[in-house]
Write a protein that binds this ligand. Structure first.
Ligand SMILES: Cc1cc2nc3c(=O)[nH]c(=O)nc-3n(C[C@H](O)[C@H](O)[C@H](O)COP(=O)(O)O)c2cc1C
Length: 160
């Protein structure tokens, strides 16, 4: 039996970027903060993110069959906090976020450093998470000189 807290703490020593993943099910939009994003394949163009089965985004992604990954900059910690929980209390969590729609219908943040709009290509059951593999339909860099928001040992940071 492993010590879950020690395991979580050890994983936190891997520094990551921070993204907000959005989905659109044809009617509603949803989003959550994600740092499990990774690149998977160049040809075909595949990426992935891991969704906790306890999140609303987990079921939303399965239903929507799409997701857009919005990579955050150092000035967007507020967006990370919002979609890591604050959004649950808001009528419209996207109200003051400038967005457009990607090809799949998922929301793309105009001020994200970069974005990847994906259709759901595969779902892999993995313990208490599901690995959602996305086939990239559209992508771009909106702010080529912006510094990325990072997450390390449970805290936000920056690379300059
Ligand atoms: C920096 C950071 C990274 C996170 N990464 C993930 C992740 O990769 N997968 C996940 O399921 N939850 C992740 N979370 C937690 C979700 O953002 C959080 O549980 C969110 O409130 C879920 O919202 P939902 O239930 O509306 O989908 C992360 C939270 C933070 C602060």
């Amino acid at each position: 039996m492993i010590d879950t807290n020690a395991f979580r703490q050890t994983l936190g020593n891997f520094a990551t970027g921070v993204t907000v993943v959005t989905m659109n099910d044809g009617g509603d939009d949803h989003a959550m903060t994600v740092n499990s994003f990774s690149s998977v394949s160049l040809d075909p163009p595949l990426v992935a993110y891991n969704a906790d089965k306890g999140t609303d985004s987990h079921d939303f992604t399965a239903r929507a069959e799409n997701y857009a990954v919005n990579v955050l900059g150092t000035d967007q910690e507020w967006l990370s906090n919002r979609f890591a929980g604050e959004h649950k209390e808001m009528d419209d969590p996207f109200e003051d976020v400038d967005t457009t729609r990607g090809e799949t219908g998922a929301l793309v943040f105009e001020d994200a450093i970069a974005y990847l709009d994906c259709s759901l290509a595969a779902s892999h059951d993995a313990g208490d998470h599901t690995i959602y593999v996305g086939e990239v339909q559209e992508f771009g860099v909106n702010r080529p000189s912006a510094d990325p928001l990072t997450f390390f040992r449970g805290e936000y940071g920056r690379i300059e």
